[in-house]
Structure formats: structure tokens, C-alpha cells
Design a protein around this ligand. Structure first.
Ligand SMILES: [Zn+2]
Length: 222
């Protein structure tokens, strides 16, 4: 009984610390207003499933759409998967739609260390040399071969943005991001498509490195 009481106190303390941290974050948010114009989005670990792997894991019933994402035609499903590597597991991993030709798992370098797989930095869609990982859901599992990558940081833009910034699809550029610890991300891959809106995509390791806040924006550095 004694121990249980202590654990509850710890939870209370965690809650208070959370509230205080949120207040501090909001206070520093206002200092960043007007710095940079490019939206910055942190992508958490996620998976794009092939149709075949989706059926193996979830059966023939369509997965449930949860919400649309910022880039046209991309959405999040309500269902989750677990990733299993030689050294560890990652639970509740998001599934992004629509389905792709081949299953692709996007994780951070920290995630790769947890799973015990080699971190391979690749452009999305290029799975040459990617790591194998087991994907499971509710007792079903697949071995996703050459599937797990650390997605290269990239900047989505429309053809108008491309003309405005003088950057072309496939170019590398640098983007300064204003967070708790501002920094310049180099070798950012430019991806131009008429369906894209201007947005820098980084992973959680990169977001934490810069101390990304909800009001954080970026600017191209030349
Ligand atoms: Zn992206």
C-alpha cells in the first residue's frame, strides 16, 4: 500500500512538470514570431504498407482513415503496427496511406538503435540497402525485407516556389530552423511537385536537436 501511494505521487509530479514545461514552451514560442516563413513538420516513425502486406497484417477489410496530412493525397490510418528488430521493439507505429508498391518503414537514427538495425539514410522510395524489420499487428507478422530507412530531410515545394527560390527538384539546399536551439540543416533535398506545399520535413531526432516548437519556422540559407 505504501509503495502504491508513492507511485501516485510520482505521477502527480510528472503531470505538474508537464504543465510547467508546456508553459515554458509557450512563453518561448512568442519570441520566434516573424522568424522564417517555411513551415517545418517533424515526421514521427511511420510505415507505408504495400497492399499485400496490409492484407497479411489486417485482412481484406479497408484500414480506417484518421486524418489528411499536409501533402496532398497523404493520410494517416487509425490502425498501428509494432516494429521488431534484433535488439528491441517499437510499439504503436503510425501507418500512412495510400498503400505503396513496396512496404517502407521510416524511422529515426534513435529508433534504429532501439531496434538494433543499421541506420541507412535514403531518399523516400529508394530502398536499396535498407534494413530488414519485422512488422506485426494483432498476432500477424511480416518480415519486411530492405524496408527500413532514415528518410533524408527534404523540402516540399510547388513549381511556383521552385521558381521563386531558384531551386529545382533534386537540388540540395540549407534551411535554418528557429527552435529552442536554432540551427542550419544542410543537404536538404528539394522535392518539387504541383501537389506539394512549402514544408520542411525532418524526423524527431532532428526536431529535438533544434528544439522544434509549434510556431517554429525555417528559411533557406544560400
Ligand atoms: Zn515529406
Amino acid at each position: 500500500m505504501q509503495k502504491k501511494g508513492f507511485e501516485m505521487d510520482e505521477r502527480e509530479i510528472d503531470k505538474i512538470v508537464d504543465q510547467i514545461m508546456t508553459q515554458i514552451m509557450f512563453a518561448s514560442n512568442s519570441d520566434l514570431k516573424g522568424l522564417g516563413t517555411i513551415r517545418v513538420e517533424a515526421s514521427g516513425r511511420h510505415i507505408h504498407l504495400s497492399k499485400e502486406d496490409a492484407i497479411t497484417l489486417f485482412g481484406t477489410k479497408e484500414l480506417t482513415k484518421s486524418r489528411e496530412l499536409s501533402q496532398f493525397g497523404q493520410f494517416l490510418y487509425e490502425e498501428k503496427v509494432m516494429l521488431i528488430g534484433p535488439k528491441g521493439i517499437l510499439k504503436d507505429v503510425a501507418i500512412l496511406g495510400p498503400c505503396r508498391g513496396k512496404t517502407q518503414v521510416e524511422i529515426s537514427i534513435t529508433d534504429a538503435r532501439i531496434l538494433g538495425v543499421t541506420p541507412v539514410i535514403k531518399d523516400s522510395g529508394d530502398l536499396d540497402g535498407a534494413s530488414d524489420v519485422i512488422v506485426s499487428s494483432g498476432g500477424n507478422a511480416i518480415k519486411a525485407k530492405s524496408a527500413a530507412i532514415i528518410a533524408r530531410r527534404h523540402l516540399h515545394m510547388s513549381p511556383d516556389d521552385s521558381a521563386h527560390y531558384g531551386l529545382n527538384n533534386g537540388d540540395l539546399t540549407s534551411v535554418r530552423v528557429y527552435g529552442l536551439r536554432r540551427l542550419v540543416f544542410e543537404e536538404v533535398l528539394v522535392r518539387v511537385n504541383e501537389h506539394y506545399s512549402l514544408s520542411l520535413h525532418i524526423d524527431y531526432d532532428e526536431a529535438n536537436a533544434v528544439g522544434l516548437l509549434s510556431t517554429s519556422r525555417g528559411e533557406i540559407v544560400k
